[in-house]
Design a protein around this ligand. Structure first.
Ligand code: SF4
Ligand code: F3S
Ligand code: FES
Length: 248
């Protein structure tokens, strides 16, 4: 069954913009991205929206729907009432390029700051062995589609541009945790997580976990274990003594 829905969409660029209202056809089974495509086809050919897969796997179509960070291609129109106004705005944490498209290069810069996987020097590729439980842990984090919805929602950087320099955000603190908990990674990533990437600024609100379209338990399985490792290194006298001796 078709009906005419009301959409309120942010239009503008880096110099500013405003919400604009549209009445547009909605059909059974559609997602928000379908309706935006119909708007492009019928009323606003210049509406900028980024997407690629339309299957929740490329992480391109991130935006905010009624104020909540969501994938445009995975948000069904059936979750709204027919007379709801569906408001679509760009991710607030990143600079707008145009309309619903943001510049997410902050995330690429943070990714580059994390040293890559560091296996033991005496192991050749092909000699790596690890327990299935460790593989499973990495696999959960590897489901990340880099949509950056978790980065967008985290209050540490949302509306706090000044914190971006010293805070990697949940997606990249999770990457550090993945490597730190990897049995074959020999780098000590705990001090940098706390001192360079701002782990201490995370107060485990779990908003990042709530918006992750892959259902990754970012807070419980990555951020809290990292915080525990920081506490161990800092406050456990035996761990502290062991680290001090091993550095000599
Ligand atoms: Fe997106 Fe989840 Fe990856 Fe964050 S952790 S970038 S929310 S898929
Ligand atoms: Fe931010 Fe997630 Fe921590 S939303 S405060 S990184 S639990
Ligand atoms: Fe690829 Fe939405 S278009 S995740």
């Amino acid at each position: 069954m078709s009906y005419t829905g009301t959409f309120r969409i942010w239009r503008g660029d880096a110099d500013g913009g405003a919400l604009a209202d549209f009445r547009v056809e909605v059909n059974e089974g559609e997602v928000v991205l379908d309706v935006l495509h119909r708007l492009q086809a019928t009323q606003t050919p210049d509406l900028a929206v980024r997407w690629n897969c339309k299957a929740g796997k490329c992480g391109s179509c991130s935006a905010e729907i009624n104020g909540k960070p969501r994938l445009l291609c995975m948000t069904r129109m059936s979750v709204f009432e027919r007379d709801d106004v569906v408001t679509v705005t760009p991710m607030r944490t990143f600079p707008v390029i145009r309309d619903l498209v943001t510049d997410v290069s902050f995330n690429y810069a943070k990714a580059r700051e994390i040293p890559s996987f560091t296996p033991p020097a005496d192991l050749a590729p092909g000699e790596y062995r690890m327990a299935q439980v460790d593989v499973n842990r990495s696999q959960e984090f590897r489901k990340c589609i880099e949509c950056y919805l978790c980065q967008d929602t985290c209050h540490v950087v949302r509306d706090h541009e000044e914190n971006k320099e010293s805070f990697a955000g949940p997606r990249f603190l999770m990457r550090i945790a993945e490597l730190e908990m990897h049995p074959l990674d020999v780098a000590d990533r705990v001090p940098a997580a706390q001192e360079e990437h701002g782990l201490g600024r995370c107060n485990i609100t779990k908003c990042c976990t709530d918006v992750c379209p892959e259902g990754i338990k970012i807070t419980d399985n990555a951020l809290i274990p990292m915080k525990e490792r920081v506490a161990d290194q800092r406050y456990d006298p035996l761990v502290w003594l062991g680290r001090t001796i091993s550095r000599r």
